[in-house]
Ligand binder design. Structure first.
Ligand code: ATP
Ligand code: MG
Length: 427
């Protein structure tokens, strides 16, 4: 058995690490609730066709990175590489777009991409995604960028860079494509192989090439921005103005095209220098044509996804601290044990964090364990207490010094409640 290992690019999240995950997730979920955004959960496994149609066949994600296999019924299935296509499918399939044209949704969970594992890049990773469905005004672009920015801000993450770009609408891109194709034909032989293959299939994807030589060559190619309609340009300058009003600093990056085919108009990324070479923590943009392309009603939308592994790396050490134990119950003897068990359930009804020692070890060992945990208080139940029908509860101050001690009868709920209110809940 000792050579059983997890798959390359997947990780176990162990209890100590999960304290930080849970603390970070709590802040994020509170912020989402404050913005009136509702959760949606879709299956992790979907028909392969969903992603081919939703994301685009020629994208890196679909052409190289998908976990695709046949199930026992010979259906082609794929572990989701991202969340937006699934959300769009769920909304269309459940008829959610006719009765509720405007929806703000979030999802969180594992995503799967067959990439080369490295720092900040895994094959199973986690994303938090937010989608504003049915919204088409620039205000929604600004709101969603501000939301992403504020989530990162709430976590105390500093030195972030917001990069924005506009990709125009379908028409703008067709106009650009004509002249871009001419340029591509002329420069074909200097492009990397991947890009050469894309000339016929999906030339715009060449803009997203990671090949350094191709990137350099592209600097002299026609610029998408110059082919935008007046309306698209106005929209973009409106976005910039609004961001300035909100004092959200941004940098324009005309190379930012994002890795998925469905984006229109606004595209943005938030990066941090402290993440090293995998610097992007959040990526998003508008996808006005996706839902229609997938067979739904014409529905504009915009969204973003935050990579949770990278978010956890950026969040400070203050999130690594577990919640304090309110009461540690030390007990010994058969009757004491069952009294302790009963009491622990009662105490947890007050929303207290109660650790019941079930080790059966000696009092001194149990005290040692309790002292390590630094609980706010300790309850002791031994044979004497069991016979007398009462227990001792001791309060400690922040540096672990004993403060005061009280003896409370197991029957006296009022006294117990008063003690809890005074010593544990009010401060
Ligand atoms: P990258 O350029 O880093 O590959 P991407 O454009 O493929 O990112 P998106 O599809 O926009 O990324 O996903 C949004 C976010 O999800 C990324 O900004 C990143 O934080 C995170 N992410 C994407 N792929 C991975 C991965 N393989 N491992 C960990 N996090 C990832
Ligand atoms: Mg990628």
């Amino acid at each position: 058995m000792n050579n059983l290992k997890n798959l390359r690019g997947t990780v176990d999240l162990l209890p100590d690490q999960l304290i930080k995950w849970q603390n970070v997730e709590k802040i994020v979920l509170e912020q989402l609730a404050r913005a009136s955004i509702n959760e949606i959960r879709t299956p992790i496994l979907e028909m392969t066709e969903l992603f081919i149609r939703g994301i685009g066949e020629e994208t890196d994600v679909v052409s190289k990175e998908m976990y695709t296999f046949k199930d026992r019924g010979e259906r082609s299935c794929t572990l989701r590489p991202e969340g937006t296509a699934s959300v769009a499918r769920a909304l269309i399939q459940n008829g959610m777009l006719s009765n509720h044209p405007l929806q703000k949704l979030w999802y969180m969970g594992p995503m799967f991409r067959y990439e080369r594992p490295q720092a900040g890049r895994q094959r199973q990773f986690h994303q938090l995604g937010v989608e504003f469905i049915g919204y088409d005004s620039v205000r929604s672009d600004v709101e969603i960028i501000a939301l992403a920015w504020d989530i990162l801000g709430k976590l105390g993450i500093k030195e972030l860079n917001l990069e924005i770009n506009t990709l125009g609408d379908l028409n703008d891109r067709l106009n650009f494509q004509k002249s871009f194709l001419k340029w591509l034909e002329i420069n074909k032989n200097s492009l990397d192989l991947d890009s050469q293959n894309r000339i016929c299939k999906n030339p715009l994807r060449i803009l997203d090439s990671k090949n350094v030589q191709t990137q350099k060559l592209l600097e002299n190619a026609p610029k998408l921005f110059n082919f935008l309609s007046e309306k698209s340009r106005k929209r973009y300058s409106n976005l910039k103005k609004n961001l300035e009003v909100l004092k959200i600093p941004y940098v324009e990056n005309f190379k930012l095209v994002r890795g998925l085919d469905y984006y229109t108009h606004t595209a943005f990324e938030i990066t941090s220098g402290s993440l090293g070479s995998q610097a992007t923590v959040c990526g998003g943009g508008r996808y006005d044509d996706l839902i229609k392309q997938m067979g739904g009603p014409n529905t504009p939308a915009i969204g973003f996804a935050i990579g949770l592994e990278r978010l956890i790396l950026l969040a400070g050490r203050e999130f690594e601290i577990p919640r304090n134990t309110d009461i540690y119950i030390i007990n010994q003897g058969l009757i004491a044990e069952s009294l302790a068990m009963d009491l622990s359930r009662k105490l947890r009804n007050y929303d207290l964090l109660v650790e019941l020692d079930l080790s059966g070890a000696s009092f001194s060992k149990q005290f040692k364990k309790a002292n390590k945990l630094k609980p706010k208080s300790i309850i002791v139940i031994g044979d004497d207490e069991a016979v007398n029908g009462e227990f001792i509860i001791r309060l400690f101050d922040q540096s672990g010094n004993r403060n005061e001690q009280e003896i409370i009868s197991f029957e006296n709920d009022i006294k117990l409640e008063n003690w809890i209110n005074k010593n544990l809940l009010l401060n």
